[in-house]
Design a protein around this ligand. Structure first.
Ligand code: SF4
Length: 367
């Protein structure tokens, strides 16, 4: 059982480094895990295709007696990853095609993605950026971001800077403070958004030093990436509470993954625990991107729509994520439903209610 003293200790400024060191950092560390010889050989083969890494506390959540464990499915390489299916892509949402300068993607006028690092605290098997993480493999340097800062400065339409990657919160506090200071020095930027798996897989990294590095002029929104209720623990609860109490807005995006969270019960529990226990608003439920070697984890869109409709009926609005697809070729994130409009006839709209019954709503507007 985790005590308050354990939790306090876990947020000391260096405890997270022990957690990383005691986890899996290289293919050879798979030998430390309770896998059968056949499972280990298969995992080692698949890890050649996409790097392997997971902190110890995250690995400790795995029930090793269950080959279908939802945490295991997210981080332990599977031979299914070696099966590539026609239509899968290296760059599923066209980050590179919309990259005017290194380390930056500008797809929508008012916001940019900034990639301070291509390294992560965990390498998720389903990652849609895994080709960048594998082939580029670059870490943070101040110089690497100079062109990106100059680009943001020159484009006054940019309001939001989204740190993504790679995982920005895997960087040292000093680097994060530098990046935050450079971004907030650009007057037209209004919001700093951070997309991260760190609060999920390495909550000991949420330290006073990290919080201090991110506090400044800008509104900071941290978008976490929980995929299953089993990832919600006393440690993640404490990490999220620290971030909330520091004044950051917390949202979560999940990926719909076959065998991990593709049941209405799993998603319902995840969304409720996110909102009620962590104070993290479920924001997006992503349909699986066309990342290579991931056919075994993707559902069909029709399956996703059925799940989204069931969630809509069961969960309050604040607990409900929007089911979206990030379109190939940079088409952006679009909602996939559910759509409750059945038909329109002039001013009359036939709309299906949450109870399945159809009502007519008439547009009544002034001249
Ligand atoms: S932490 Fe994010 S960027 Fe890194 S492997 Fe996982 S999904 Fe990909």
């Amino acid at each position: 059982m985790t005590t308050d003293a354990d939790l306090k200790n876990a947020t000391s400024d260096t405890a997270w480094q022990d957690d990383v060191r005691a986890g899996v950092r290289h293919v050879r560390d798979l030998a430390l895990l309770p896998l059968s010889p056949a499972e280990r050989a298969a995992a080692q083969e698949a890890a050649v295709r996409h790097k392997v890494r997971a902190p110890k506390t995250y690995l400790d959540l795995i029930d090793w007696n269950d080959p279908a464990d939802p945490i295991r499915a997210q981080v332990i390489p599977s031979p299914d990853e070696l099966v590539e299916t026609e239509g899968e892509l290296d760059d599923p949402i066209a980050d590179h095609a919309f990259s005017p300068v290194p380390r930056l993607t500008h797809r929508h006028a008012d916001r940019v993605l900034l990639f301070p690092t291509y390294q992560c605290a965990v390498y998720c098997r389903f990652c849609f950026r895994k080709e960048s993480l594998t082939s580029i493999g670059r870490g943070y340097t101040r110089e690497a971001l100079e062109e990106a800062y100059a680009y943001i400065e020159a484009h006054t339409e940019i309001r939001e800077v989204i740190l993504t990657g790679g995982d920005p919160l895997s960087l040292p506090d000093k680097a994060l403070a530098e990046i935050r200071a450079r971004v907030e020095a650009i007057a037209h930027v209004r919001l700093l958004r951070i997309h991260t798996r760190v609060p999920v897989v390495l909550p000991s990294r949420i330290t006073p030093g990290l919080v201090g590095a991110l506090q400044g002029r800008l509104m900071v929104t941290i978008v976490t990436h929980f995929n299953h209720a089993r990832e919600i623990t006393p440690e993640t609860e404490m990490g999220c509470r620290t971030l909330r109490q520091a004044g950051f807005v917390l949202l979560n995006q999940s990926v719909l993954l076959k065998g991990v969270n593709d049941t209405v019960e799993a998603l319902e529990e995840l969304c409720r625990e996110l909102m009620y226990r962590l104070g993290v608003k479920p924001y997006y439920l992503h349909h699986g991107d066309l990342a290579r070697g991931m056919a075994h984890r993707r559902t069909t869109i029709a399956q996703g729509q059925a799940l989204a409709a069931a969630l809509r009926a069961r969960l309050s609005g604040i607990c409900n994520p929007v089911y979206v697809l990030d379109l190939p070729e940079g088409g952006g994130k679009v909602p996939l439903g559910p759509c409750h409009v059945e038909a329109q006839d002039g001013d009359n709209w036939r709309i299906r209610g949450l109870d399945g019954g159809v009502r007519v709503y008439r547009d009544v507007v002034g001249e």
